[in-house]
Design a protein around this ligand. Structure first.
Ligand code: SIN
Length: 201
């Protein structure tokens, strides 16, 4: 089920001659930045919706019991909030390895919270990749996430970290928060503290 995209992504050389490139993260790249960056800014991309429709056989699940992680699916009028990182082109060797289970680099415009915008890269796993699982009711997605675990840890941790990171940025994602609610109903709750304490009432 593993669909290694490293070789395809290496051929994407659009930004190779640039000193720095904006990378848009909307999943684990929001809450786990394990690479050096020059700048980091909340941002959004338009025309895409975040969905737990991609299988994870290498990080948050296994070949026989895949977990579910996020990808982006095209949706007219939608936007996806995330975090943009300014990185040097050399960082993409590590990023291609990290995102190798089906994600392809795509050039995209991203819009920062202050109204500015930039072109950069986002990793998207399309429905054509072998690890793609596709849509399912949020409750079924939560059940699969509750049971899955891989080399990077429990699948639920991925979801709970993502939900908390979005809240820390003041962003709402109905799909993510609904899966989080189902997980809570199964008794799986976040022990993660908000990055910033809520402002006094
Ligand atoms: C991303 O975070 O931008 C891609 C999906 C992931 O690595 O979780």
């Amino acid at each position: 089920m593993s669909h290694n995209t490293i070789a395809i992504n290496r051929r994407m050389d659009k930004f190779d001659s640039h000193d720095s490139v904006w990378l848009f993260g909307y999943g684990s790249l929001i809450f786990k930045a394990d690479f050096p960056f020059l700048d980091r800014r909340p941002a959004a991309i338009r025309g895409w919706a975040r969905r737990f429709w991609q299988g994870s056989h290498d990080h948050r699940g296994t070949e026989t019991a895949p977990g579910r992680v996020v990808t982006l699916v095209p949706e007219a009028g939608a936007h996806c909030d995330g975090m943009a990182y300014l990185v040097t082109p050399e960082e993409f060797a590590h990023l291609d390895y990290r995102e190798k289970n089906g994600y392809l680099r795509l050039a995209t415009d991203m819009h920062f919270d202050d109204g500015a915008s930039a072109e950069g890269i986002v990793y998207i796993a399309t429905h054509e990749n072998a690890a793609y699982l596709g849509p399912a009711p949020e409750r079924d997605i939560a059940r699969q996430i509750a049971l899955a675990r891989g080399p990077s840890g429990p699948n639920a941790e991925y979801l709970l970290h993502l939900a908390q990171a979005l809240r820390d940025m003041g962003k709402v994602d109905a799909h993510v928060f609904e899966i989080e609610r189902h997980l809570a109903a199964f008794g799986i709750k976040s022990g993660i503290k908000p990055a910033k304490p809520p402002a006094p009432a």
